[in-house]
Ligand binder design. Structure first.
Ligand SMILES: Nc1ncnc2c1ncn2[C@@H]1O[C@H](COP(=O)(O)OP(=O)(O)O)[C@@H](O)[C@H]1O
Ligand SMILES: [Mg+2]
Length: 249
């Protein structure tokens, strides 16, 4: 079982869009896939038409008797299951803080699922917290959607510095998201950043109304618009990530 987080200090950068589409592509490719929605806003659960209800709330998630498996729901897509989020997750950081092993707990929670799933995607809330530290500890790979602007690059550098300082050694891979190639700033920032950041994916997700349509359609763009530019970009990103995870069959 390989675990990938979609994470950024920033909100509104395309974490959830990527988590939902990559998880859908992974499942479509035949992998037994779990999407863990860890953002109290529950957008990933919403897109996949899962009721945003976590029985027992965030507290039950962390119980010593591991009951994470009970929270799993099937989606409408073959091979894609979801652990939904609800608003109780906003307390997760406080509850983790009360544990003796906060950083190791999320990894421990996932361990019993390792024979049931090939791939786990974790859709994170924005911001650095004990929760995001624990996610980074639990994951093999952290994907960071990054809008090509000066401030986003700066925030990405803060994220990497924080992870190193905390000794969180998950591989961190940024990719550009919501890219508008007509904008000079986007082109310049991408060129400059890619030049000095070998870890940056060469695949980028274009700014596209089809991605916004995931809201009203409540479906991955890779499902309702597989020939669209963003769906093809997500496919390319997924094949790169799958190779990296050794999950490309
Ligand atoms: N590639 C894209 N093109 C156009 N709109 C996008 C794209 N990616 C995300 N969006 C829109 O931007 C908003 C934030 O995206 P989301 O994936 O929820 O970000 P995050 O999870 O980082 O907060 C949503 O309304 C979404 O529809
Ligand atoms: Mg989100």
């Amino acid at each position: 079982m390989k675990t990938t987080a979609l994470f950024s200090i920033k909100g509104g950068v395309g974490k959830t869009a990527a988590a939902v589409n990559l998880a859908h592509l992974a499942a479509r490719g035949g992998a037994r896939t779990l999407l863990w929605d860890l953002d109290p806003q529950g957008a990933a659960s919403f897109y996949l038409r899962i009721r945003p209800k976590l029985a027992g709330g965030s507290r039950r998630l962390l119980e010593r008797k591991n009951r994470l498996g009970e929270a799993i729901k099937a989606s409408d897509f073959t091979g894609l299951d979801v652990i939904p989020a609800d608003f109780s997750l906003r307390r997760l950081v406080l509850e983790l803080n009360d544990l003796d092993d906060p950083l190791a707990r999320l990894r421990r929670l996932l361990r019993p699922l390792r024979d049931d799933y090939d791939l786990v995607f974790v859709d994170c809330a924005p911001g650095v917290s004990l929760v995001s530290d624990a996610v980074m500890r639990a994951c093999d790979l952290v994907l960071v959607p990054t809008i090509p602007t000066t401030l986003s690059i700066r925030t990405y550098a803060q994220l990497v510095a924080h992870a190193r300082e905390k000794g969180l050694d998950a591989a961190i891979v940024p990719f550009f998201s919501m890219v508008d190639r007509r904008r000079r700033l986007h082109r310049d920032v991408m060129l400059e950043f890619a030049g000095r950041s070998p870890e940056c994916s060469r695949i980028f997700i274009p700014y596209a109304t089809e991605v916004e349509q995931m809201g009203p359609r409540r479906s991955p763009v890779t499902a309702f618009g597989p020939a669209s530019a963003p769906a093809r970009a997500f496919e390319q990103l997924w094949s790169q990530v799958a190779r990296r995870l050794g999950a490309d069959g």
